[in-house]
Design a binder for this molecule. Structure first.
Ligand code: NAD
Length: 250
């Protein structure tokens, strides 16, 4: 499918997991992709895309840094062209209850997960609006909807991202589309610390009785990014195998 041919996409947190799968999926759909991350593995993702016949450039960008964004978008324009699609996906989490969360930890999670999205959106905005056809997808989480102990800042940022997507969709409604995706349990490095028994339980708690794959979230993001979703804006698309609609007890 070449529904993104001629488009330039920026994906953050793209060195691994859902971000890497999204970068690869957008490239397979024809986009030139800027692979942004603080982790060096961004180079491997870009190399894989280029080896497969796509076009990608890896760039170091800490999404919480306004200066990093300015430099990444400058390079993106020079090396790939103006931005048509922004996928804001990078995140950080510090798992502990609110009373054990320091102000520094709280602020770091907000600055990567939420402020990083605002900074990226603002940096890309002149490009995204130039043809009145830009598309933005924010990676939120089912934790925007439901609590899981030990994630106060993470949950707050993920709920804020669905609100921000709706707000930006309204604010720039005739110039670009903004949507969010809410992944459920998707097997990535985020699950490295989670044991087999807990993974099994999470799989059981989905309607589909399994964990998701990063490619399955990437497919939803690519759809929202493309013109196939031309009348969809301000939407929050859950991609969780039915986890959030499955009540386990009577
Ligand atoms: P991951 O840990 O595999 O990847 C996250 C990437 O973000 C890493 O490559 C990391 O280096 C990068 N990153 C961290 N801080 C950054 C910064 N300051 N600037 C730039 N990059 C930075 O995680 P994942 O599971 O692929 O998660 C991707 C997104 O999906 C996140 O927004 C996460 O909240 C969301 N999500 C994941 C799941 C899941 O089960 N995996 C569930 C719900 C939501």
């Amino acid at each position: 499918m070449n529904r993104l041919t001629g488009k330039v996409a920026v994906v953050t947190g793209a060195a691994q997991g859902i971000g890497a799968a999204t970068a690869q999926r957008l490239a397979a759909d024809g986009a030139s992709v800027a692979v942004l991350d603080i982790a060096a593995a961004r180079d491997d993702v870009a190399a894989r895309i280029n080896a497969a016949g796509g076009r990608a450039v890896a760039m170091r960008c800490d999404v919480s840094s306004e200066a990093d964004w300015a430099e990444a978008i400058r390079r993106c324009r020079t090396e790939l062209g103006p931005v048509d699609v922004l996928v804001s996906n990078a995140y950080t989490v510090d798992v502990r209850p609110a009373h054990e969360t320091s102000l520094a930890s709280w602020e770091r999670q907000l600055s990567v997960n939420l402020t990083g999205t605002f900074l990226g959106f603002r940096a890309c905005l002149p490009d995204l609006t130039r043809n009145r056809a830009g598309s933005v997808v924010l990676t939120s989480s089912v934790h925007a909807l439901i609590g899981l102990p030990g994630r106060p800042a993470y949950a707050a940022t993920k709920a804020a991202l669905t609100g921000l997507a709706r707000q930006l969709a309204v604010e720039y409604g005739t110039a670009l589309r903004v949507n969010s995706v809410l992944p459920g349990p998707v097997l990535t490095a985020a699950w490295d610390e989670i044991g087999e028994a807990d993974r099994q339980r999470s799989a059981e708690e989905t309607a589909m009785k399994r964990l998701g794959r990063p490619e399955e979230v990437a497919a939803a993001i690519a759809f929202l990014a493309s013109e196939e979703a031309s009348f969809i804006t301000g939407a929050a698309l859950t991609v969780d195998g039915g986890w959030s609609v499955y009540k386990m007890s009577s």
